[in-house]
Design a protein around this ligand. Structure first.
Ligand code: ZN
Length: 241
């Protein structure tokens, strides 16, 4: 079994299409770690495409925001403007669907969650080495896949000690080690690489491979501006930051 694991699509349909095309021949099933909507101009198309394909998905803070389950006071002004816009462009049924997504699920020997598995409803980021090492106690499975920071990284614990690496992901799973993998963001990378990010988890080959997929963001950027969303949200797609 080979899973494509996507997170933080953020209404960017062009990036999602590129990832789906890349993942098609390489994977058998899709998992989604949340933040399908927010920031980008195509929340409905992204939701429909993911809901039709994902075998399991969890909700992110942007899902909770548009469903009215998270105060927008938690958001910076760009995120808040985008959440308000997104909420207006979804219907009641779509908002309810997003608000009812579970926050944490187990698939095979992996936990999937948007932010930290420790109190997932508090949306803590896993960015630095310590953030990840402290989170291992919060899940029981061998693997944990997270998103939320929009920056790919891998933490692992085993008898040979803790390891942490940010950047491109290429993991050969070792017997006896546990791993947390941040899969990066499909629709709004923030690691200075504007290509869409996702990972392929090959269960039988015991391998997790990060993929970066180039796409033409000019249409997405144009749609963001035309929608009246903050221009900053268009500009950042160009640099991936
Ligand atoms: Zn996000």
């Amino acid at each position: 079994m080979r899973y494509a694991i996507l997170s933080d699509i953020h209404g960017n349909f062009e990036a999602l299409q590129a990832v789906l095309a890349d993942a098609g021949p390489r994977t058998d099933a899709m998992l989604c770690l949340g933040d399908i909507v927010g920031y980008g101009p195509d929340p409905v198309r992204c939701l429909d495409a993911v809901a039709a394909r994902a075998v399991a998905m969890v909700g992110g803070n942007h899902e909770h925001a548009v469903a009215g389950r998270l105060s927008l006071d938690w958001f910076n002004p760009y995120a808040r403007a985008a959440a308000e816009w997104t909420s207006e462009h979804l219907d009641e049924e779509q908002r309810e669907y997003l608000g009812e997504l579970p926050l944490m699920l187990e698939v095979a020997d992996a936990t999937i969650v948007h932010a930290s598995p420790a109190r997932p409803e508090e949306w803590h980021y896993l960015v630095e080495a310590e953030d990840g090492f402290e989170a291992f106690a919060a899940f029981a499975s061998r693997l944990c896949f997270v998103g939320h920071s929009h920056r790919p990284a891998v933490w692992s614990l085993g008898s040979s000690g803790p390891e942490y690496a940010r950047g491109p992901i290429d993991v050969r799973l070792e017997a006896g080690r546990r791993y947390i993998v941040n899969v990066g963001s499909v629709g709004q990378p923030r690691d200075r690489d504007p290509r869409a990010s996702y990972v392929v988890w090959d269960v039988d080959a015991r391998r997790i491979e990060g993929r970066r997929v180039p796409y033409d963001s000019s249409a997405t950027r144009r749609k963001i501006v035309q929608a009246g969303l903050p221009r900053f949200l268009a500009d950042r797609l160009r640099v991936g930051a």
